[in-house]
Design a protein around this ligand. Structure first.
Ligand code: PEP
Ligand code: MG
Length: 757
């Protein structure tokens, strides 16, 4: 039977969004099973949740089984079809369950008559936290589509359940911490690194975890009551809802649930109740907010999972918003227009929030220029300078700051003359329309050799910019961004929708999907990484995908389905050996076979290639060139791993040297292997957008570049001015260099290198 599943997903989404009280989780679950059973015309729908203490799955809500069985029916992990779905993290669907050897029948709860059985695990990252089941008296009742829908529903549920449990588990131990600010007096200029280009002029806003102390007692009226607290909470909630809507509008691919944790905290009766109870004991509303938020923060600080600990910032944000409204400020901290934010650490989701708050620019005190926070800032047009100068944190808020993102310069309280000079420069830079108008549809060197310029895409919002700057296609779509800002893994359907929009947005042009490249500096907040001493050398990228096959399979299926009517190129990141490449390609082939068997429209001939990012592949590059249909060199990682220099560590930024002879010679080897085997080769790391290196790359035979679209005009101009024979001679000179000094000197020899704009 065909059912309109989108309605069910929306209704359940609405129910979870309206969920207001962590203590009422059981009621929410009951409403959901009732709704799902009705919609599916199923006889039974139940939810089982895992209980840590007993390590059992406990029936928490049911529609159809005897009501008395709630709390009574308990299953061990791996027991029955439900326990199997839980332990194997996969949906189990049986058309005639009673005949299945793994079926576990519970006498006395009314299960006797049911044939069809569907169990879908409730996944939180890589862990199951429970199972949702459906049963029907009819045989073979549930379809593969139903499984997909219930994956989407359980994914919505997972977020709410986890948050509710976290809130319920929070204790009440207050903790205080004191700010330690170093003296910023006399600080006039700081030289930092370019994170994202652009110019910003605004008032400083130092964002520290202690922002609750931004308000002193004098900021509040003396006669504030519990009623005022309520009004402040409602106003803060409205503000967050508006921000959620705004992010959904602006960034559809990454929007989902960014603010859900905060919204849920504001609605939670436990948090509000604690504040009210303190007020009834004679505390003022601001004191009550500070105390309760302090207790929550302290609890989060004690959590063992580093990424759950990050939630402390969400709680602080909630507290700050309430206080701001209690103080009678309307903006509730929601807008930082014309503010230059100074902050010690940033997560990718914070960059999205800052972009919504219209910050003028950001000064970040940690991280590297090729870190993914920097990459994301570029996509969102937020000028970012990375500066290892903690005195900036001690600047009084409201200090005039000028940020020159293109040079990495930070001017503190600059005089008007300096400001004027940069304004003029920025106006020129911002005149993109003129730049675009001058761009050619195709790029050729001065002597007529064709070079293809493609764009790197991180967010769907980049598509329009890529088209504007005449990108001939997408050479690298970093698919991990939609994964990074969600609160659980996106389902196959969600990914399909995102990828489909990319395919439609770039109709007829080349698109290279890079499979999930997480780990390193791209952590997922919902994945419980066991502590890794060296995450960049750990379970990242293709290793993660091969270890967590079902996540990999969902992504590959979504990509293949999205490209059903156009060419699709699939690229594996961080390949370290021939074996790894073959293992990954096997999974693609299995997905192709499965999609064919299911009769789902999909691309049956994807082009399968790999990134060259690890020194280990250089020794087997010829064998890889036989197997892989294309190479794309990720110079950011190649340099990091070849030189053992963390690309996100500003302390070793001076050792991150693309002109190291080992890097240059490796690039040459890769280019030669690709040429020998007639394989397509591109460069997609940051070297591809640097006019100092473009002549070298052209000189060793690179004819395809993929780069941040904002640099396309600059790189096109650079290539148009190049003669390939000159570039070859230049490259040969560089390759003769055995020391850094020699290659640096050889770089200066190229007359056109460096300053083509
Ligand atoms: C690279 O490593 O050069 C690359 C393009 O990939 P990412 O920057 O996403 O690691
Ligand atoms: Mg990389």
């Amino acid at each position: 039977m065909k059912r309109d599943h989108s309605k069910l997903i929306c209704d359940i989404g609405e129910l979870t969004a309206l969920f207001t009280d962590a203590a009422n989780l059981d009621t929410l679950l009951q409403n959901i099973v009732d709704m799902a059973a009705l919609h599916m015309a199923a006889d039974v729908c139940s939810v089982y949740l895992f209980e840590e203490q007993s390590r059992e799955l406990v029936l928490k809500a049911t529609h159809g089984l005897l009501p008395g069985s709630v709390g009574q029916v308990r299953l061990r992990v791996g027991e029955g079809l439900t326990g199997t779905a839980f332990s194997e993290l996969r949906a189990v669907c049986e058309g005639d369950a009673a005949r299945h050897p793994g079926y576990r029948f519970f006498p006395g709860i009314g299960e006797e008559q049911y044939c069809s059985f569907l169990a879908v695990p409730i996944l939180r990252g890589r862990n199951s936290i429970g199972v949702m089941t459906l049963q029907s008296v009819r045989k073979n009742y549930f379809s593969p589509d139903d499984i997909n829908v219930f994956r989407a529903i359980t994914s919505q549920l997972a977020t709410v359940i986890e948050m509710a449990r976290l809130l319920l588990s929070l204790g009440r131990t207050p903790e205080s911490a004191a700010a330690t600010a170093t003296d910023a007096a006399g600080l006039k200029f700081v030289k930092g690194l370019v994170g994202a280009e652009g110019f910003a002029l605004g008032e400083s806003l130092v964002v520290t975890p202690l922002s609750l102390d931004d308000f002193g007692d004098s900021d509040f009226r003396d006669d504030l009551t519990a009623e005022d607290l309520h009004r402040a909470v409602v106003a803060a909630e409205k503000e967050l809802m508006e921000m959620q809507l705004a992010v959904e509008k602006k960034l559809q691919d990454v929007s989902s649930f960014i603010f859900s944790a905060q919204i849920l905290m504001l609605k939670d009766q436990g948090m509000l109740g604690a504040m009210e109870s303190l007020i009834s004991q004679g505390r003022t509303p601001p004191e009550a907010v500070r105390q309760v938020v302090g207790q929550y923060v302290a609890r989060f600080d004690r959590m063992s999972n580093e990424y759950v600990r990050e939630k402390r910032y969400d709680v602080m944000d909630v507290g700050r918003r309430i206080l701001q409204h209690l103080a009678g400020h309307q903006d509730g901290g929601g807008h930082h227009a014309a503010k230059v934010v100074i902050i010690r650490e940033l997560l990718p989701s914070d960059v999205l929030k800052l972009s919504l708050q219209n910050v003028a620019g950001v000064v970040l005190l940690s991280g590297g220029v090729t870190s993914h926070v920097a990459v994301l800032s570029r996509s969102l047009n937020i000028p970012l300078v990375i500066a290892d100068e903690s005195r900036l944190l001690a600047l009084p808020n409201g200090t005039r700051i000028m940020l020159d993102g293109s040079q990495g310069n930070i001017f503190i309280d600059p005089d008007d003359e300096v400001v004027q000079k940069f304004r003029e420069k920025e106006e020129l830079r911002a005149n993109v329309a003129q730049v675009r108008a001058k761009m050619l549809d195709q790029t050729r060197t001065r002597d007529g050799v064709r070079v293809t310029l493609l764009a790197n895409i991180n967010l769907l919002g980049d598509i329009a910019i890529a088209r504007d700057f005449k990108a001939e296609g997408i050479g690298l779509y970093r698919t991990e961004f939609p994964f990074m800002v969600r609160s659980t893994f996106p389902t196959e359907e969600e990914q399909y929708l995102i990828y489909r929009r990319l395919v439609e947005g770039m109709k007829g042009r080349e698109i290279t999907f890079r499979t999930l490249d997480i780990g390193g500096d791209k952590m997922l907040s919902y994945y419980d990484y066991s502590k890794e001493a060296n995450p960049f050398l750990g379970l990242r990228s293709i290793r993660f995908s091969l270890r967590h096959r079902e996540i990999f399979v969902q992504q590959l299926r979504a990509i293949l389905r999205a490209g059903f009517d156009s060419g699709v190129r699939i690229m594996f990141p961080m390949i370290s050996s021939l074996d790894e490449f073959e293992a990954a390609r096997t999974v693609v082939r299995e997905c192709l076979a499965a999609l064919k068997a299911e009769g789902k429209p999909h691309q049956s001939h994807p082009v399968i290639g790999m990134m060259v990012e690890l020194p280990s592949v250089l020794e087997v590059i010829d064998e890889l060139a036989v197997q892989a249909e294309f190479f794309s060199v990720g110079t950011n990682d190649l340099i990091q791993y070849m030189l053992a220099v963390d690309r996100t560590n500003e302390k070793v930024a001076d050792l991150y040297l693309p002109h190291h002879p080992a890097v240059l010679r490796s690039l040459k080897r890769v280019a030669e292997a690709a040429l020998r085997h007639g394989r397509d080769l591109s460069v997609c790391g940051d070297m591809a957008h640097d006019p100092r290196y473009v002549p070298f790359l052209v000189g060793i035979g690179v004819r395809k570049f993929s780069l941040d679209a904002r640099y396309l005009a600059k790189v096109q101009a650079c290539i148009t001015a190049l003669d390939t024979r000159e570039a070859e001679a230049f490259a040969a000179g560089l390759l003769r260099g055995a020391t850094l000094g020699e290659t640096a000197r050889a770089m200066e020899c190229f007359p056109a290198a460096g300053e083509q704009q």
